[in-house]
Write a protein that binds this ligand. Structure first.
Ligand code: AP5
Length: 228
């Protein structure tokens, strides 16, 4: 399956992607994580992206599209989940073109809906592991030992773009440039909405239920295509 996760900053895209890929053996491709990795390695791409990320704006399409298409080309046949990409209608159209060139398409778009008021507390309380990328929250999703990653014992950090001021700009950017993608994908009938204001496990259960149904439909299609 090839899945896109849409949602405002803090809707829980990264958190839910980790659950989905573990259960369905898919590759998690987070544009934000790839950009942060480029920055950590000091690459030219990372340097170009830095000021846009720190201010809460979008990195230009010319940089992002090539970077993500390259990452998608390396995905296994089982499929992938895109987290944070596409983020503009132009990015979505270019993604569709790149997939169509190899006879592929996006099978499902999962849209995590959340109120702006909830986003601020989620972002300022988020802590992540700089080594393995695991995401925690100081109240909602605590690590076993405060400030330390459960998986590798690394000290957790706060993302520089999670300050209230930058989060406000990220939300504005989301509403202006990314929200129109919901209509873009709805015109293809592939969007499934989820209430991302619920607990992590409740959101996870709703997503798993939907993916189960979609997975069964895909298997039935594959069988009837083989029989035809
Ligand atoms: P990116 O890293 O993609 O950030 P984002 O989209 O703003 O999303 P986040 O990672 O902040 O939030 P999330 O939805 O993954 O939430 P999470 O699961 O962590 O992008 C960063 C920057 O890179 C952008 O601003 C831009 O500059 C650039 N960029 C990236 N992609 C780009 C593109 N395609 N084009 C141009 N520029 C691009 O959860 C948040 C917190 O809430 C966590 O602490 C978590 O534990 C907690 N939480 C999650 N779910 C729940 C729940 N159900 N209940 C309670 N707490 C919860």
């Amino acid at each position: 399956m090839r899945i896109v996760l849409l949602g405002a900053p803090g809707a829980g895209k990264g958190t839910q992607c980790k659950n989905i890929v573990t259960r369905h053996d898919l590759l998690h491709l987070s544009s934000g994580d790839i950009l942060r990795q480029e920055r950590a390695e000091g690459t030219e791409l990372g340097k170009q992206a830095q000021s846009y990320m720190d201010s809460g704006g979008l990195v230009p399409d010319e940089i992002i599209i090539g970077m993500m298409v390259k990452a998608i080309e390396k995905a296994p046949a089982s499929g992938f989940v895109l987290d944070g990409f596409p983020r503009t209608v132009n990015q979505a159209a270019e993604l569709d073109k790149a997939l169509a060139a190899t006879g592929l398409k996006i099978d499902a778009v999962l849209n995590l809906e959340i109120d702006d008021e909830l986003v601020a507390s989620r972002m300022t309380g988020r802590r992540s592991c700089p080594k393995c990328g695991a995401v925690y929250h100081v109240e909602n999703l605590k690590p076993k030992t405060e400030g330390v990653c459960d998986h590798d014992g690394t000290e957790l950090v706060q993302r520089p773009d999670d300050s209230l001021e930058v989060v406000a700009h990220r939300l504005e950017t989301y509403h202006q440039q990314t929200e129109p993608l919901v209509d873009y994908y709805k015109s293809n009938g592939t969007v499934y909405d989820f209430d991302a204001g619920q607990d992590v496990d409740e959101v996870k259960a709703s997503i798993f239920e939907k993916l189960e149904t979609l997975g069964n439909a895909c298997s039935a299609d594959a069988v009837s295509n083989q029989e035809a």
